[in-house]
Structure formats: structure tokens, C-alpha cells
Design a protein around this ligand. Structure first.
Ligand SMILES: [Zn+2]
Length: 395
């Protein structure tokens, strides 16, 4: 039986009563079919609604969670965490906050797509409502510099508080309507019209007037499959996004001791200072490495450098220099408690056997060539050093 679609009769229905027609288990979840529902099923880029069903119309009882809503051939089913017996009367309650956000984003996207279509004739070929942003894909290219103008125009349409009409023209009427998203649809076509801004075939839910969108913010644009992908947010999502970004900037101004509009230059200065410190540190490591390597006596059998304040390249450089005089040189760089990076070098013998012995003793990983192996070992540096100097068979 086709499900009666209460969201078509009144898009603002948040609570309703219905009867369970069927309930089947699917992969640990349940698919519940009702005789009527206000839950919108996933479609046209808009996600399926979430919410709750209360068996026996008891709103103070334990609810059955609606995790998603889908549709198959006109039958809407609710994906739930628990089963409900066939024939049970239920009270349905939507997660209205989520649905309102979806409607705001969907209506905002229509106005934007309509404006771009009117100017360039491009089509919206992909629409996705993600958790961080809504994206729309166009089959043509626009420049990033054009976004502010489009954003301003959509906000102007919102300010006009225009009615968003939904209607079902006959086949004949449809022939005289110029609309976007023309596909060969069997059966009734549903048209969503927003004043002169946009007319589009669409199955989704929309706010009733543009003012309910509140605002739109275009976040960015990237090249995508020969066209562009625009990221945007509207209404509550846009305000939440602003709050989040505002808090981040506040924190950054506090940490950097700069004004909000100086955060970027403050970070740049910090990066420059960091780079200068890094090159000083490298110079210092090289100097220390030079001194330690030259202090190694000619003909020493085994040398180990345990250097927590070194970086990889500088440690290897030091070991290479020491290997001119010593037979076998191990460099250890602790990266956290119980874990070291290592490099094992010799100019006179094949070090791969000794490397294997270290790996098997300290659950290590790594390998290399006869003259050098490197990798990681699972132990503290002191423990590895003692083993290497006292126990490792270096013959
Ligand atoms: Zn739509």
C-alpha cells in the first residue's frame, strides 16, 4: 500500500498518529511501515528524517528510535532500533531541529542553483547534505570571485520572504513550464517554485517562505569533474558554523595576543620564528654530532648514541661520521616511552644480521642495505643501548 505522506499535506507536521502495517528485521535493525507518516524518506540529495515512534501512543513510554527513513516504490519504511508489533497504534515525533536544517539548506540550494542556472545555464548535477557543509555540483565553471555576488543575491531573496510554492501540474501544463531538473519521470511531477528565482522538479521538503532560510553563507568552491563544487550553509547550520569559527578565532586571538583581524599575520610570524629556531637547532645538533663522532677512538668495536634531542637526519649524519672509526654504530632516537627509532651503520661489515637480532629482541620493524638498516624498536633507549653494547653478537 502506498504510504500516506503527511509531509506533503503539511510540511510542518512534527507529530502524528499512525498504525504499524508491517515490521521486518534487516541486519539487526527493523523496517517499519506505517499507514501514514510525516517522516521524509531520503531523496533528491536530502537525507531521510530521524526521530521517535511511541508504541501505544504513550509519549511518556520508552520510544523506538527512527534512525533513517527510506522509500521503495511509494512505500515509506522507518529504519528503527526496536521492533513494533503489526497493528500497533504509534505516535510519531520527528527530530524537528534536523529536519528544519535540511529544509533550510534545501530551499537555499534551490535559490542558488536557480540564480546560477539563469545566468549561465549550468545544471546542478549533484547535491549532498553533509554534517559540515552542503555541497552542490555544477556542470560548468564559475570563478571563486563570483561567489560573494551570488551569496548576496540569495540573501536578498531570503529578505523578500517569498512564498515557496509546491504544485503538481498536469502533463499538458508541464509542457508550458520552464523548470530545472527535467528528467523523464513516470507519473506525477512535483514542482517547487520560488518566485522568479527558481522553478524546479523536486521531491524534497522545503520551508514555506524564503525568510525561514534566515541566511546563506557560501563557504568555498573547488574544481570538480569538469565543473565546480560549491560548499554552502544556511540558517541554523550557518549560525552554528559562525559560532564555532568565532570561538576558534577568539581562542586564537587570546593565544597569539593579537586582534581578530591579525590572526593570520600572527600565525605567520609564529611560523617564521619556528623555522628560525629549527635551523638553529639543526646547526646545534650538527655541531654536537661532529664533536661526539670525532671523540670515538679508532678501532672501537661498538658505539651507541642515544639522542632524544636529535632529529633523524642529524642522528644518521653523526652515525655515518662515527662509522669511519668504529666497526658498528647504533643511533637511537626515543619517540615516546617504550619506543625508539634506530639506525645501524657500518662501513666494514654487513649490518643486516645485527638489525634482525635487534628487531627480534625488541619487537622491531625495519631493514635496509648491508651498510645501513633502520626502523623502530619497542623499548626504552637505555635498555636497547645496554643490550647492544653488552649482549649483541657483532661478529
Ligand atoms: Zn530539490
Amino acid at each position: 500500500m502506498l504510504t500516506r505522506r503527511l509531509f506533503e499535506e503539511n510540511v510542518k507536521t512534527q507529530r502524528f498518529e499512525a498504525r504499524v502495517l508491517s515490521c521486518t528485521e534487516e541486519k539487526g535493525k527493523y523496517h517499519i511501515e506505517l499507514d501514514a507518516t510525516a517522516f521524509f524518506p531520503e531523496g533528491g540529495g536530502q537525507p531521510g528524517d530521524q526521530g521517535e515512534l511511541f508504541p501505544g501512543l504513550k509519549e511518556d513510554g520508552e520510544p523506538v528510535k527512527v534512525l533513517d527513513t527510506r522509500e521503495k516504490a511509494g512505500v515509506i519504511f522507518h529504519v528503527t532500533d526496536k521492533a513494533i508489533l503489526e497493528g500497533t497504534e504509534v505516535l510519531g515525533r520527528l527530530n524537528w531541529d534536523k529536519r528544519l536544517r535540511n529544509m533550510q539548506n534545501h530551499s537555499g540550494e534551490h535559490i542558488l542553483s536557480g540564480l546560477i542556472h539563469a545566468k549561465y545555464g549550468y545544471n546542478n548535477v549533484g547535491f549532498h547534505m553533509g554534517s559540515d557543509a552542503v555541497t552542490l555540483d555544477l556542470d560548468g565553471v564559475i570563478a571563486p570571485e563570483e561567489l560573494p555576488e551570488f551569496e548576496w543575491q540569495v540573501n536578498e531573496a531570503i529578505e523578500k520572504n517569498l512564498e515557496i510554492e509546491v504544485f503538481y501540474p498536469t502533463r499538458e501544463e508541464l509542457e508550458h513550464i520552464d523548470y530545472r531538473s527535467k528528467k523523464e519521470i513516470e507519473g506525477q511531477v512535483r514542482i517547487v517554485r520560488i518566485g522568479a528565482y527558481d522553478t524546479c522538479a523536486c521531491c524534497g521538503t522545503h520551508v514555506e517562505r524564503t525568510g525561514e532560510i534566515r541566511l546563506i553563507k557560501l563557504l568555498g568552491l573547488q574544481n570538480y569533474k569538469g565543473g565546480v563544487r560549491i560548499s554552502m550553509l544556511t540558517g541554523k547550520d550557518a549560525i552554528d558554523d559562525y559560532e564555532k569559527k568565532h570561538a576558534t578565532i577568539q581562542e586564537a586571538t587570546h593565544l597569539l595576543s593579537v586582534k581578530p583581524d591579525q590572526v593570520d599575520s600572527g600565525i605567520r610570524k609564529l611560523l617564521e620564528a619556528n623555522a628560525a629556531l629549527k635551523s638553529k637547532l639543526i646547526a646545534f645538533q650538527r655541531q654536537v654530532g661532529e664533536e661526539k663522532a670525532s671523540a670515538v677512538l679508532e678501532g672501537t668495536k661498538k658505539v651507541c648514541f642515544l639522542e632524544p634531542n636529535f632529529q633523524n637526519d642529524e642522528l644518521r649524519e653523526m652515525c655515518n661520521k662515527a662509522a669511519v672509526k668504529a666497526e658498528l654504530v647504533l643511533g637511537l632516537l626515543p619517540i615516546r616511552e617504550g619506543m625508539c627509532q634506530y639506525v645501524l651503520i657500518s662501513t666494514r661489515k654487513d649490518v643486516r644480521e645485527a638489525g634482525k637480532e635487534l628487531n627480534s629482541r625488541f619487537q622491531g620493524k625495519g631493514g635496509g642495505q648491508p651498510s645501513m638498516v633502520q626502523g623502530t624498536l619497542m623499548a626504552d633507549g637505555e635498555e636497547i643501548r645496554s643490550f647492544f653494547l653488552d649482549a649483541l653478537n657483532a661478529e
